[in-house]
Structure formats: C-alpha cells, structure tokens
Design a protein around this ligand. Structure first.
Ligand code: UD1
Ligand code: UDP
Length: 376
C-alpha cells in the first residue's frame, strides 16, 4: 500500500512553496500524492497551478471577494472535513502561515491525522505583526507532529517553546527550490512593458505590498516615500504588480496617480515576477516570500514592516527593516540610490534560506517516518 500524503494549500505563496514538494513526490512511486486546494485565493492561486502544472484532486473553491478571516476559516474547515474523511491520509502537509494553514492543521487534527508543518518556527514575537500570520504559525505549531524548519533560527524558536527536538527538522525553505526552477539568465518577458525596459540603463525598484497591518496610513506613507524618491533620479522607475486586494489597489492608484515613472501592473505569474526581480536594482516589500527570494538573487531589499519573522536576510546584510515611516523609507532609498558603496554592501547573493533541496529533504523525512511506522 502506498503512503498517502495529502497537501493542503490556498494562496499564491503557499502554492509556490508547496509546488516543489508536490513535484518531488511525483517521482516517488511509494507515495500517493493527493492535492487539495482551499482556493482562499482564486486567480492568484490559479496562476501558480498553471505554471507548475498542478491539477488538484479537490478544489474547495472557498474564495469570496471581501472575505473575512472568519469566512476563510469556516469555509476551509468545513470543506476539509469530508475530504480528509474520504482520503484518510497518512500525513497532511500545510505550508506557511495563512488562514488556510491553520484551518488545514485543525481539520487534520480533528480527524487525528498526522500533520507536517512546512516552514515552521518563524516568529516575529508580536501577535499583531504580521497579523494574523504570527498567530497562525503558533497555532499550527501546537497541532503539528513534524516541524520542517527552514533555518537554525527557526529551530531555536521551536525549542524555546518546548517542542521536542526529534520532531524538528532543518530543511531549508522550498521557496529556493522554486526559485531555481523559475529564474533563467536569458529570460524574455511576454509583457511588452517589461520587455521594453533597458535593465542596464534603467534602475528598477520592484515593489509589492499587501500586509493587512499596513493597509491604511502605513501603506500611504510607504507609497508616498517611493512616489517622491523616483522623482529625484532620472534613471529610476518603479514596477509594482499590485495584489488583487481592492483595499491595496485603492491606495496605490490614489498615491501614485499621475506619476509616469511608477508602473502599476496586474499580479505577474511567478516566472516573469522572479525574473523581473533578478533584473531589478532594489526590492521594496512587506511580503514574506520576497524577503527570502531577494537575498538569494543578491538584491538589496528594504522591508517596509515594523517587525519581521525572517531575521536571516537582515543578519546577512541583504535586507534592512525600515518600518513604515515616510522619512525613514525615503532616506534609506536615497542612500541606496546615491551611494554605490552602500549599495554594493547590500547587493550580495546570500542564501540563508536554503540550497534548493528542501523538498527532497522533506519527502525523505516523510518516507523514513512512514516506513518505520509500517514496520511497527
Ligand atoms: C493572504 C494571507 C497572507 C498572505 C497573502 C499572500 C491570510 C489571513 N492572509 O492575504 O498571509 O501573505 O494571502 O498573498 O491568510 N483577492 C482576489 N483574488 C485573489 C486573491 C485575493 O480578488 O486571487 C482579493 C479579494 O478581494 C480578497 C483580498 O484580495 O478578499 C484579500 O485576500 P485574502 O486571502 O483574504 O487575504 P490576503 O490579504 O491576500
Ligand atoms: N509573486 C508572484 N507575482 C507577483 C508578486 C509576487 O508570483 O506579482 C510571488 C513571489 O515571487 C513570492 C510570492 O509570490 O514567491 C509572495 O507572495 P505574497 O507576497 O503574496 O505573500 P507572502 O509571501 O507575503 O505570504
């Protein structure tokens, strides 16, 4: 009998980071891989499914415009109940810190199914930043049987909270596995705007922002600082693929209105997005995934958040936590754009988040566990 591994995910970043695990399992005859998407995101998840050619066995299709955290939790929990009962997996994998992750772990726990938490042990130390992700991670940790921690720091966080060492595995982050799959030196964009840019002459600031705790004043101040700094440098422009959240879009269109050096575009597919990052000069973001990808590509990243659960990029010198204050963001960008030495200090390719083999390690650990379990 095959080992049944059920993966549950719902949003763009979970899809990107779960895809390498699913692809690795496709080549392991001992494993039956069952894929269930909650579709907490719809279009942004479908972009990922198409790119990685993933065809889910179950699609709960819970997405509703304007969904609240409660809507997502209830929709996912209810939908997963019958799917888990039907599949009865040996292990269920969730990835990261979204509401789908928490609901997925809870649904598995209710059926007494073993849970593997991919990207475990990240902690900012503040329950409201990132919100609600810090809580989702902790809640999932409590329910999980296997903690796949990307880094040593993540493992230490879990040990401090009392999790047994033999259940924590340092694997690296599967985001680096995905990145290696997507970024190509001779990549050509289909998007005419991205294709028309001369990346040797024009310095591109790649920007993304969507965190719930930044929506409102903080986001206005982040966008205003970026809007003003580009006016100072002739050779600098911004590309901002805007998240589909209408609250984010409203602020972006309002603040950047009339600035033709800021290109507001639709969310990009993962492949063009990461290749654009590879050709950009600086990354400004509040995203979790980008904090991991940018250091690997040697791109200085200004993290526009008050706290981060990903200190490794900062310790390595490629990322800087600049908060959401207008002046601080403006002056940090100004310095990076005008001081070549300062730029070079940050533009080092470092890989604190993995070596591209995280999914192999995770699948190996699952296999070892399942084989031992069958022997007993
Ligand atoms: C969610 C996750 C966050 C993750 C982010 C990745 C939670 C609580 N938040 O945040 O951790 O960093 O995804 O992007 O789980 N929308 C669409 N189409 C889509 C996706 C989103 O229209 O394909 C719009 C909808 O109006 C939706 C809004 O974006 O209501 C917000 O989406 P939601 O999943 O609720 O939260 P995010 O802020 O995207
Ligand atoms: N990403 C993408 N297209 C975009 C913007 C981001 O494919 O237009 C990818 C990015 O490379 C990263 C992931 O989406 O892997 C990050 O997702 P997001 O910022 O939505 O969520 P977070 O990482 O903050 O949870």
């Amino acid at each position: 009998m095959k080992i049944k591994v059920m993966t549950v995910f719902g949003t763009r970043p979970e899809g990107i980071k779960m895809a390498p695990i699913i692809k690795t399992m496709e080549n392991v005859p001992e494993i039956e891989s069952i894929i269930c998407v909650t579709a907490q995101h719809r279009q942004m998840l479908d972009q990922v499914l198409n790119l990685f050619k993933i065809d889910p066995d179950y699609d709960l299709n819970i997405f509703k415009p304007g969904q609240t955290l409660t809507d997502i939790t209830i929709g996912a929990l209810k939908g997963l109940e019958s799917v888990i009962m039907e599949v009865n997996p040996d292990i269920l994998l969730v990835q990261g810190d979204t509401t789908t992750v928490f609901a997925g772990a809870l649904a598995a726990f209710y059926q007494k199914v073993k849970i593997g938490h991919v990207e475990a042990g990240l902690r900012s130390g503040n329950m409201y930043s990132p919100y609600p992700e810090e809580a989702n991670r902790k809640l999932t940790g409590v329910l999980a049987d296997f903690h796949f921690a990307p880094t040593e720091t993540n493992k230490r966080n879990l040990l401090r909270e009392g999790y047994p060492e033999d259940r924590i595995f340092i694997t690296g982050n599967t985001v680096i596995d995905a990145l290696k799959y997507a970024v190509k030196e001779d990549y050509r964009f289909e998007n005419p705007l991205l294709n028309s840019i001369d990346y040797k002459k024009e310095r591109i600031i790649l920007m993304t922002s969507h965190r719930r705790e930044n929506i409102g004043r903080p986001m206005e101040s982040i966008f205003s600082a970026v809007n003003d700094i580009v006016k100072k440098y002739d050779d600098v422009s911004v590309v901002f693929p805007i998240h589909l959240n209408p609250k984010v879009r409203e602020i972006a269109y309002r603040v950047f209105d009339g600035n033709d050096k800021v290109h507001l575009i639709e969310p990009l597919d993962y492949e063009p997005f990461t290749n654009l990052m590879a050709k950009s000069h600086i990354v400004v973001t509040d995203s979790g995934g980008l904090q991991e990808e940018a250091p690997s590509l040697g791109k200085p990243v200004l993290v526009v958040r008050e706290e981060t659960e990903r200190p490794e990029g900062i310790e390595a010198g490629t990322a800087r936590l600049v908060g959401t204050d207008y002046q601080n963001i403006y002056s940090n960008l100004d310095r990076l754009l005008s001081d070549q030495k300062e730029y070079q200090k940050m533009a080092n390719a470092v890989n604190p988040y993995g070596d591209g083999k995280a999914s192999e390690r995770i699948v190996d650990i699952i296999l070892r566990y399942a084989r031992r379990n069958r022997e007993e």
